[in-house]
Design a protein. Sequence first.
Length: 378
Amino acid sequence: MAPSAVFSSEPVTHQAEPEVVPIPLYEPVKVNASINVVEVVESDDDNESQPAAHAVQPPPVAEVNPWLQLNYVSSSVQEPMSGAKKLRRMLLDTDELIVCPGVYDGLSARTAMELGFNAMYMTGAGTTASRLGQPDLAIAQLHEMRENAEMIANLDPFGPPLIADMDTGYGGPIMAARTVEQYIRAGVAGAHLEDQVLTKRCGHLSGKKVVPREEYISRIRAAHAARVRLQSDFVLIARTDALQSLGYEECIARLRAARDEGADVGLLEGFTSKEQAAQAVRDLAPWPLLLNSVENGKSPTITVDEARKMGFRIMIFSFATLAPAYVAIKETLTRLKTQGVVGTPESITPVTLFEVCGLQHSMSVDINAGGAAFSGGV
Ligand SMILES: C[C@](O)(C(=O)O)[C@H](CC(=O)O)C(=O)O
């Protein structure tokens, strides 16, 4: 017996379920132009203030605040193009090899920008090492990765696009989709999504395990759907780590399947020879491939020129800043320990380092706003 019948002698009538009208994904949702304002009116009875809600039409913007009107001709102003669009354009409009130094923090990214690299790569290994002091073993999760990527991607709104590591997507399809959505909102231009198990490890370690092909493809499918849902140019890079355990042919099959589900670029991790790298480009052509160069890792060193000749379209150097930073820090701290001095070169003053980090820009913001903070210089 239905519970409602216990308390009522009336026949139970079920109301028809309201019809659910889905909001179309690709059409802008129309916002009702009227707004509810709460106006305070005096009550005659008890002289207490009572709020009363009225639906009113908002006045035209210019009446609310004339300063909200644009006072420039927008077509003459160059708006920052999203990193995703820039990266996609580079891939579509040129056949250049896009060289991305691996960066892991603000200073390494600023240094790459100072030298004019036209794209950058945020390494997950470097993010984990620098932010958490931990090895590349699935210890950094979505929020740490997203936060670091967002900071780097937004250092210069007109700057180079940032490709970021998104590891396994940090869970199943739901998390892969969530990661793509958060990366897009963070201004990340593209990211690679791999097929390792969630307890992943760096691609240049032994003992890697991968999930079954179907499970991997469901990650890719979800990531692609998220990109489409947000109507973003975000470049989805499918990475496979299956070479160690399942062999080359399975890697090619996985990358083909990922491509067919909408991945834009492929990444076969840990080539064992230069011939194998060149073969992968041929086997998947004309689909663009990314080459991960990790010196002293599992793969032979391939130079930028060699990768270009092989036909790769993107090349990332994961440890390009992390490894030398470690070497320089250790050498310096050894000097401090043994000789009692840091020994910084004379040309590197505090101002030099702050200039790398945008000192001039910050000062000009204050000066152009009429501030006097820097009238005496720095
Ligand atoms: C590309 C990579 O995912 C990274 O985090 O930079 C690493 C690099 C590394 O740890 O050697 C990877 O190749 O797995």
